[in-house]
Design a protein around this ligand. Structure first.
Ligand code: DGL
Length: 269
């Protein structure tokens, strides 16, 4: 039993953005070993078709299963939106957590006026996955989604408090604010880094950070499955990517909030 609890949690994303989830997991579950895979050679996923994303996602899951993970965390909203079901089928009894289920639940728990806004990539918005997850629990909730693709490169550029980003956010949020949302889901790995700026542009709106809510859901799922690692003072963190682009470490460390010691390159498919 102890041995199986020592197995790592597998976290994956289309690229570097999922490190926001790793950061939240490290804070919430400091004794867990973690393996991260970021598909940096094929990012972005947010503009790709469902079929392509499904194929890529299954390759990543195979890699993580070969590495003997005890649970899977789908950190990428786009993967969760289009391939979540397939991944669960493949994983069998293993706990599978994803940012959309956790984010939708947190939004429902947060809203008072039952009006929720979602900002995400084009593919996530087109999949309607957030609205489906919310309406499955409360069909009367007003869900307004807004594709915000420009925010991904702005975050990667590090323009977290830049005038260009502020104006872009302001423009994107206009229709959501007109609809009087009181809760906004940051439905993309990159957006937790924009919390301070979005908070200023959407005053009196509660922000749902799916990285934090997913870490909480992971803690609960592991506890339920008897898989929580409670005896590990020096957790092992391994980072795998399909490419190491220029500035990867700088951007990655910004997302992670600490230095990345081991980064290894593997090619999938
Ligand atoms: N990780 C993606 C998401 O959360 C954003 C980047 C991409 O488009 O691949 O939707």
């Amino acid at each position: 039993m102890t041995i199986s609890k020592q197995r790592p949690i597998g976290v994956f994303d289309s690229g570097v953005g999922g490190l926001t989830n790793v950061r939240a997991l490290m804070e919430r579950l400091p004794m867990e070993n973690i393996i991260y895979f970021g598909d940096t050679a094929r990012v972005p996923y947010g503009t790709k078709s469902r079929a392509t994303i499904e194929t890529f996602a299954m390759q990543i899951v195979d890699f993580l299963l070969e590495n003997d993970v005890k649970a899977l965390v789908i950190a990428c909203n786009t993967i969760a939106a289009v391939a979540g079901q397939k991944i669960r089928q493949k994983a069998g009894n293993m706990p599978v957590l994803d940012v959309i289920s956790a984010g939708a639940q947190a939004a429902l728990n947060t809203t008072s006026n039952n009006k929720i806004g979602i900002i995400a990539t084009n593919t996530t918005v087109n999949s309607n996955a957030y609205a489906r997850a919310i309406h499955a629990q409360n069909p009367d909730t007003l869900v307004r989604t807004q594709a915000t693709p420009l925010l991904v490169p702005l975050v990667e550029e590090g323009w977290l408090d830049h005038e260009v980003t502020r104006l872009t956010v302001r423009e994107y949020l206009k229709p959501l604010l007109v609809d009087d949302i009181d809760t906004l889901v940051l439905g993309c790995t990159h957006f937790p880094l924009l919390k301070p700026l979005i908070g200023k542009e959407a005053q009196n709106v509660a922000l749902v950070d799916s990285a934090i809510t997913t870490a909480e859901a992971t803690a609960q799922a592991l506890a339920q499955a008897g898989l929580l690692n409670t005896e590990n003072d020096s957790p092992d963190y391994r980072f795998y990517v399909s490419d190491i682009p220029l500035r990867f470490r700088t951007i990655g460390e910004r997302f992670l909030g600490r230095s990345m010691e081991q980064i290894e390159m593997v090619s999938l498919g």
